[in-house]
Design a protein around this ligand. Sequence first.
Ligand code: CP
Ligand code: NVA
Length: 305
Amino acid sequence: MMKHLLTGEEFDEESLRKLIALSSSLKATRGKPYAPRPLEGKSIGMIFAKSSTRTRVSFEVGIHELGGQPIYLDQSKTQMGRGETVPDTARVLSRYLHGIVIRTYAQSEVEELARYATMPIINALTDEFHPCQALTDIFTIYEKTGGVFNGIKMAYLGDGSSNMANSLMQASKLAGLEFVIGAPCEFRPDPTIMNRQVGPGSIAWTEDPVKAVENADFIYTDVWVSMGFEKESEERIRVLKPYQLNMDILKHAKPDVKVMHCLPAHRGEEITDEVMESEHSIVFDEAENRLHVQKAIMCMLIGGM
Ligand code: CP
Ligand code: NVA
């Protein structure tokens, strides 16, 4: 039984299947009078130390739709921002809340919060992981392929060391995808995560962007400069330029390849306008699915479903 969602590794094949089924059913019943409300009478804190559009809004709406009350906390305006420790905050907030969604810098902060809290903690992005996004992406692929993962190739171009690359490695291996990362040596995927993850899928890394996308069913990209890495902007943009997702690179994938991006996109850097607006792009379906999948995560962790 999962207590928290901290890295994404809490999910096994069985709980991933359950998450997908629950997400589908919540998507189908959204707005219906019989839609489940397992958070009735519960309050969920949302601590954010970094910017957000999708995660903040989809969690707030999701908590509300499940019958609960979201409480948004800009971390810098809480006493944490003035030095109150994570263990003290965890124990205080556990007396009021039924769960916490947290977006911050260090993964260790999320893990420390979970060690001291007596309620479920959900990682809404750290420098290392973005499990809510990656699980949503697996659900989106499931919808687009009609439930098939076996034999499906997803390529990822760009920063292979990002939180998205880490979480996608985990989630796609678990789901059973063939996942190939095209990234330069400077931003290569973490070999520990590549080798540690269990599941029926496979993970590979190449420095050749064309080889990475050859015959791909899905191509994913993420920003070259993640939140918190702004000081490295110039170097990152220079090194990652050959990994741009543009119409030329798309020609090497399957003709009906689908393009994915967690968003926000930096158009003209990791992805071109033309690709974003093309018939290949499914980025807004992905964004919508954040709502359904995060509702399913909260139903499982906090709603007792
Ligand atoms: N994809 C994602 O997490 O978007 P936000 O930063 O807008 O929440
Ligand atoms: N890698 C990006 C993801 C944003 C959703 C970042 O951390 O900024």
